[in-house]
Design a protein around this ligand. Structure first.
Ligand code: SF4
Length: 310
């Protein structure tokens, strides 16, 4: 079957990257809240990936477009400064190790100005790799993993069928950091619903403290039609928290977590209020911003529902 190039679904900080698809879908497609739920994993042929690297290299050196190559590759390459590359898709780290290493070596040779390569990685993907393998990837400039932690509460992780527990997520985080790979993690406000809100929030602050990532981002749960969690909501089984409750959760996470040096943000389009700061330095200022909005309880201060995105 021909490889179908996936839509671009990326972390905000990868906006200037070249998006190189290695896979399509996610190998762990069971998470009940996720747009990748039920997606079919496709692994792209390594030679096909290398051909794309050749095409981009040629385009950058000479501006030549080959008529046989999909225009999307050129559209992505058009404004690229050659410095960052992002491996698609939901968890490109699932790619067979030997071929992944080959592709990274090839990319570094053909695109010598690359400074950083990034990928989404599930905790399972990281745990599957040995420490030496992770170090090898780092040497080849795979310098940042984006990992969905979602929650530190085992009950929530089980309910949403994340496929790993809190201990495994923390272990994966430790392993990546020990290999010298920058870790950017996300957690999801509201994932415990109304009933599980307090425990989800406190346990999430606690796992963030344990992992102590370089970057942590809060997303706000968005119920995606076609996912089991959406159906649970429709059938009155799952009860989402309100926008202001999501800010309460955010405030508690900032208050209760403790980092060595972490850039923390809620800039993602799913959130009702963007905050950002380096923690611990900016903790007081971030908490004050949240308290002001929570006290005012003015909905006009929040991102309107129609502007929220996944
Ligand atoms: S949350 Fe992550 S691991 Fe789960 S289905 Fe979505 S992309 Fe895959």
């Amino acid at each position: 079957m021909d490889f179908k190039r996936p839509d671009i679904f990326r972390p905000p900080s990868e906006r200037n990257s070249y998006f190189l698809p290695l896979t399509s879908g996610c190998s762990n497609n069971t998470c009940t809240f996720c747009a990748f739920y039920g997606s079919k994993l496709q692994i792209r042929d390594a030679d096909d990936v290398k051909r794309e690297v050749d095409v981009v290299s040629l385009f950058r050196r000479t501006g030549t477009c080959l008529p046989t190559v999909p225009t999307l590759a050129y559209a992505v390459a058009q404004d690229w400064d050659g410095k960052r590359m992002f491996l698609q898709d939901g968890d490109a780290l699932i790619y067979p190790f030997r071929q992944l290493r080959e592709i990274l070596q090839y990319s570094n040779e053909r695109l010598p100005h690359i400074e950083r390569i990034g990928t989404y990685a599930t905790p399972q993907d990281i745990l599957r790799r040995t420490q030496d393998e992770l170090r090898e990837l780092r040497e080849l400039k795979l310098l940042i993993f984006y990992v969905g932690v979602e929650s530190g509460d085992d009950e929530v992780l089980e309910n949403v069928r994340k496929g790993v527990d809190r201990c495994q997520i923390a272990e994966a985080g430790r392993k990546a950091r020990e290999a010298g790979i920058t870790l950017s993690v996300t957690v999801i406000l509201g994932l415990g619903g109304v009933v599980g809100s307090e425990k989800h929030t406190l346990e999430t602050a606690s796992i963030l403290t344990e992992i102590d990532p370089d970057y942590a981002g809060a997303l706000t749960l968005t119920l995606v039609p076609g996912t089991p969690l959406y159906e649970q909501w429709k059938h009155d089984i799952f009860h989402p928290i309100s926008p202001f409750q999501s800010l309460e959760e955010l405030k508690t996470i900032v208050e209760e977590s403790s980092f060595s040096d972490c850039f923390f943000s809620s800039m993602h389009a799913s959130n009702y209020l963007p905050i950002r700061g380096r923690l611990p330095q900016d903790k007081g200022r971030v908490l004050m911003e949240l308290e002001q909005v929570l006290e005012a309880k003015d909905p006009s201060l929040l991102r309107p529902e129609y502007l929220r995105g996944l």
